[in-house]
Design a protein around this ligand. Structure first.
Ligand code: SAM
Length: 278
């Protein structure tokens, strides 16, 4: 038995013939100390609706329940995992609710009462897409604690003038306080992925200073970073507005490049873009 009173994860996998499948982005975590560390990074868990995407054989699920989660909703696409999740549910009566489906089709903001926390070791092939979807409704969450490939986690927290700084950095950092909690070596996973992973945490900002339309920020950053090597006077042409007037009003040199602009610069550009669009 493991310390939570359930069978060791490796036995569970063998008994249920749960070999990892690439098409589901499956890289499982067996180390209960590590999954415990991820769960504790999202604490306190007791009074939240905790949502886990892709529980798989349940390593992180078990850690979330062991660390006090009373209302855990998990969404898993691989039907082979259902019997294992049912076993965990029996061990924690009333605490675990399993959705058998594709997380891309679930509006998680409709699940459970607030405060909602997402905690997940994300399937690497859809991780960024899921994050961008959640950002659109970020104020419906208390926190997101997410395992990504380290390269994606670095993009979330990147600062201007760095290679990793881009659209994802601006969107995340305008909306949230973003921190990398810790790295996870590839050897911690079965099978090991090619690269190091990292757990990143996003906590929505209570006060963003200037409120802007997120869809417009997405459009402006898409244009600017879509051609990141070009000067803004060229890259922003796709916005179909008077770019030189926009940059002059925002007090930004027309020869600047996207990676030189701060999050605040993008907020100002977005405000003016919306005003010029009307
Ligand atoms: N949480 C487990 C762990 O840490 O060991 C598994 C993590 S594994 C990286 C990703 C999990 O997401 C897999 O169980 C996979 O089947 C599941 N998954 C992949 N695509 C999904 C989707 N679109 N919706 C829900 N779950 C998905």
């Amino acid at each position: 038995m493991a310390h939570d009173g359930l069978p060791p994860l490796r036995d569970v996998i063998a008994r249920n013939d749960l070999s990892a499948k690439k098409k589901f982005g499956q890289n499982f975590l067996f180390d209960l100390n590590l999954t415990g560390r991820i769960a504790r990074a999202a604490a306190p868990l007791e009074d939240a609706t905790v949502i886990e995407i892709g529980p798989g054989p349940g390593g992180l699920t078990r850690a979330l329940l062991f660390n006090g989660t009373k209302n855990l909703i998990v969404i898993e696409r691989d039907p082979r995992c259902q019997p294992v999740l049912a076993e965990i549910s029996d061990h924690y009566p009333g605490c675990l609710h399993v959705i058998d489906g594709d997380a891309l089709n679930v509006d998680v903001t409709t699940l459970g009462p607030a405060p909602r926390k997402i905690v997940a070791n994300l399937p690497y092939n859809i991780g960024t897409l899921l994050l961008i979807n959640w950002l659109e409704k970020i104020d419906d969450f208390a926190s997101l604690t997410l395992m990504f490939q380290k390269e994606v986690a670095e993009r979330v927290v990147a600062k201007p003038r760095s290679k990793a700084y881009g659209r994802l950095s601006v969107l995340c950092q305008y909306l949230c306080h973003c921190d990398i909690q810790f790295d996870v070596h590839r050897s911690a996973f079965t099978p090991p992925p090619k690269v190091t992973s990292a757990v990143v945490q996003l906590i929505p900002k209570a006060d963003r200073g200037t409120e802007i339309n997120i869809k417009s920020l997405a459009i402006v950053t898409q244009a600017a970073f879509g051609q990141r090597r070009k000067m803004l006077r060229a890259s922003l042409k796709s916005l179909n507005i008077d770019v030189l007037a926009l940059l002059a009003q925002a007090n930004i040199a027309e020869t600047s490049r996207a990676e030189e602009l701060s999050v605040e610069d993008f907020v100002r550009l977005t405000q003016l873009y919306d005003a010029l669009e009307k």
